[in-house]
Ligand binder design. Structure first.
Ligand SMILES: [Zn+2]
Length: 792
């Protein structure tokens, strides 16, 4: 397969200088489009405290952030009581009907995998209502005010809570909306989404449903992304596109989010009564759920963006007819230069098929015009799969190498300063693509490779349209644009600069569609899954091949030294990208070192059996950091001794026994009828704890039904000796009642009670962390558990 002969249309660019000029012009145009894409994703400037009362001011909201996130305030703690008082005072001060919903609520979704069994919490939601003038329904602005136990939640979710407060201020300062607006500040989100679940299930204001706008943060910076919607979202997405001043959102994110093991309060509003949108900023994930999630680390531009969008949406949903928000289909939508492009989801498959047909037509025309042969086209298609496979693999290997050099990254969602590593992976994707192109171009020529790239984009588009429809636009639209540009250039026998204009326009479509996911996937998935962003970067590269080709001296015609020189020039971009990969990764390693402001995360727990007085240090670090290594020396399973800690393998080491009491268990009543037994017990914490668990030894009894604090709970079987369990977050100091209906032939039933608190640093044998050693952002970090078995 030789290089195809030059056609008349190409002669204008046969001369190296003209070709170079065209390449520079096309690249400058695409860089300008790329810059526009980045500007469209940027956060706005935070507005000052003196901004008009009807506007959202990040400076005013930030004052509430500082009060809310002054210290860790896990559900049930005294610190959380103080936060709640601040919220109630503030909302009442605005003249809103404000109350605290105090309830025992079950979990939303299926989160309790670790401890097993049924999960509940005692929650206190702050609920305030701004009555509408002529309501057609209710708009709910939702954020959670509790934090994890390990950190103050400066972003997660003081950002959402303060945003709701500032939106309430702005709405009460202006004319009343037509619809009711309800401000819902939930409790115990971090534990089990129980606050939101309790509100959605039991609160009178939730009985008729409505529109839910949930506000979250999983990091400290970056654009606010509307990443989740209720089903059949077309009308909601339309309002989002019109009313949110910074509408960053994509139907692809919804699909990704559904595949990730994450949940927010939004899950609790999943019932048929509710529709809604879920938004969060997610970059700067290194501090997520750690002691470093303090107000000072918050990017106030992200806070402003949250507020601008929330206020715009609250006003729009406050005036529209809420009876009319349900659609019969989902939309495909994605950010385009500061706006939101959207089209009905049912167009996804026809568009994908159209793109495939257009690429087919391009191949047919290429052959007909004698630019290539069927065999060459097939070879181009086969070759084009190579970078799609090699680039993500290379990205994965590069990150594996970097984490080998710096093992502390294993416990981080994302490095503290990830930008160098992200750029390194993009450079790696470019190096793979350019190297592959320089090698393959000589064999099959640029036309067949461009065709091959578009063919795979179109095929992925069809595949996505069937499997992940919200993501199909990512490859369908660049394939369609590229094929149409190619057909236009060939069919109309465009002359002069027009072929370059056509491929540059198609390239611009690819940049607009595929650059945002490259930028947003890095923070969304973390560097550990940076290979996914590298894959999208390569797909963008495939769509840009006709522009890339301009960087290469024209193939064919040259002999001897000239051909050698052409080959060398062709290898230049690939070499430059490979060098950039190495340099950027090196800069990343040099810049992103662990220090007092960016500590290496460590995970430690303490578990005490109050019956046997045996204690252990536990860690879920697979390769313990030096600090953790001082505590642990073996790998064990705690499933039998501490069922409340789950059944996974943990690193462990001996610890001195602290004199701490396990939860108290009192039998209130006990009735037996043959092998049936109904046991009513009271479980009371003996110290300030954040959760209590109770597990039944199902070798001694079978649990038929159970109720906790008067609420029936599902009887879910769990693996192992402790085959039934309940988890109660934020238990009240006076404890709670559990009623177990059992079938048993044994005289006694074994029940294991465990509680968990913080306060690791007060334990005997605990050594303070040096400044450069931090805490892993995990719900079990710094957990102090005390357990005891009772024979009842
Ligand atoms: Zn959280």
């Amino acid at each position: 397969m030789g290089a195809p002969p030059t056609r008349p249309a190409d002669r204008a660019f046969a001369k190296p200088r003209r070709r170079l000029l065209a390449a520079v012009a096309a690249l400058v145009a695409l860089l300008a489009v790329g810059a526009g894409v980045l500007v469209g994703l940027a956060t706005p400037a935070p507005r000052e405290a003196s901004a008009p009362a009807g506007e959202f001011s990040a400076a005013r909201a930030y004052r509430d952030v500082e009060v809310i996130a002054a210290r860790p305030h896990v559900a049930g703690s005294a610190a959380n009581d103080r936060v709640r008082e601040h919220l109630v005072d503030l909302l009442r001060g605005l003249g809103l009907e404000t109350e605290v919903q105090d309830a025992v609520a079950p979990e939303a979704g299926q989160l309790s995998g670790a401890a097993g069994g049924a999960t509940l919490a005692r929650v206190r939601n702050v609920v305030a209502r701004l009555p509408g003038t002529d309501p057609t329904g209710r708009v709910f602005l939702v954020a959670h005010y509790d934090s994890v136990q390990t950190g103050p939640g400066g972003n997660d979710d003081a950002a959402g809570t303060a945003t709701v407060l500032e939106v309430a201020r702005a709405l009460t300062a202006g004319p009343r909306p037509r619809n009711d607006v309800v401000f819902v500040l939930t409790d115990a989100e971090e534990a089990c989404l129980c606050g939101a679940a309790g509100f959605a299930a039991d609160h009178p204001l939730a009985a008729d449903g409505g529109v839910v706008l949930n506000l979250e943060a999983r990091g400290s910076t970056g654009p606010v992304i509307m990443f989740e919607t209720s089903r059949n979202n077309a009308k909601l997405v339309d309002v989002f596109g019109r009313a949110a001043p910074h509408p960053v959102g994509t139907s692809f994110a919804v699909e990704i989010y559904r595949a990730l093991p994450n949940d927010t309060d939004f899950t609790a509003f999943g019932g048929a009564r509710f529709v809604g949108l879920n938004s969060a900023y997610i970059d700067g994930g290194a501090i997520y759920h750690t002691p470093l999630d303090v107000p000072a680390r918050m990017d106030r531009g992200s806070l402003q963006m949250h507020g601008d969008n929330a206020l715009g949406l609250a006003r729009e949903f406050g005036r529209t007819d809420l009876g009319d928000l349900r659609s019969d289909h989902d939309d495909t939508y994605f950010p385009v230069l500061g706006g939101l492009a959207r089209y009905p989801g049912w167009l996804t498959l026809p568009l994908a098929v159209a793109a495939l047909l257009a690429v087919g037509a391009l191949g047919w025309l290429l052959r007909r015009r004698g630019r290539t042969t069927v065999g060459t086209l097939a070879a181009g298609a086969g070759l084009a799969l190579a970078p799609v496979v090699v680039a993500p693999l290379g990205a994965w290997l590069l990150w594996a190498a970097i984490t080998t050099i710096r093992p502390g990254y294993a416990e981080l969602l994302d490095p503290y300063r990830p930008v160098w590593y992200r750029l390194a992976l993009v450079a790696l994707a470019a190096a793979v693509l350019l190297c592959w192109y320089a090698l393959s171009r000589r064999r099959v020529g640029p036309a067949a490779l461009a065709f091959g790239g578009l063919l795979w984009l179109a095929l992925f588009g069809v595949l996505l349209a069937v499997l992940v429809p919200g993501g199909a636009y990512l490859t369908t639209l660049p394939a369609l644009a590229g094929a149409v540009a190619g057909l236009a250039a060939l069919a109309t026998r465009l002359d002069g600069p027009w072929p370059v204009v056509a491929v540059t326009l198609a390239g611009a479509v690819a940049v607009v569609v595929l650059l945002p996911p490259v930028v947003l996937l890095f923070p969304a998935l973390g560097m550990g899954m940076g290979a996914v962003a590298a894959l999208v970067a390569v797909l963008l590269g495939l769509a840009l091949l006709p522009v890339v080709d301009l960087l290469h001296p024209r193939a064919g015609g040259q002999r001897g030294l000239l051909a050698l020189r052409a080959r060398r020039l062709g290898a230049l971009p690939a070499g430059a990208a490979a060098l950039a990969t190495v340099v950027l990764a090196g800069v990343g390693l040099a810049v992103d070192r662990f220090d007092a402001d960016h500590p290496v995360p460590t995970h430690l727990m303490y578990a005490l059996d109050a019956g046997t007085k045996k204690a252990a240090w536990l860690s879920h670090e697979e390769v313990p950091q030096p600090w953790t290594d001082g505590y642990v020396d073996r790998t064990i399973s705690v499933a039998d001794d501490f069922p409340g800690l789950g059944d996974g393998e943990l690193r462990a080491g001996p610890a001195p026994a602290a004199s701490l009491p396990a939860p108290k268990l009192e039998t209130l009543s006990d009735t037996r009828d043959g092998d049936q037994r109904v046991l009513r017990v009271r479980v009371t914490p003996q110290r300030q704890v954040r959760l209590l668990t109770l597990h039944v030894d199902t070798r001694t009894a079978t649990v038929r039904s159970a109720s906790v604090a008067g609420r029936d709970v599902p009887v879910k079987a769990r693996e192992g000796r402790w085959g039934f369990g309940i988890v109660f977050h934020a238990p009240p100091p006076e404890g709670f009642e559990v009623t177990l209906t059992l079938t048993t032939s044994a005289d006694t039933v074994n029940v294991r009670a465990m509680d968990a608190s913080d306060g690791l640093d007060a334990l005997p044998g605990f050594r303070q962390r040096p400044a450069s050693v931090g805490v892993v952002g995990s719900h079990s970090s710094e957990m102090l558990a005390v357990a005891q078995t009772y024979a009842l």
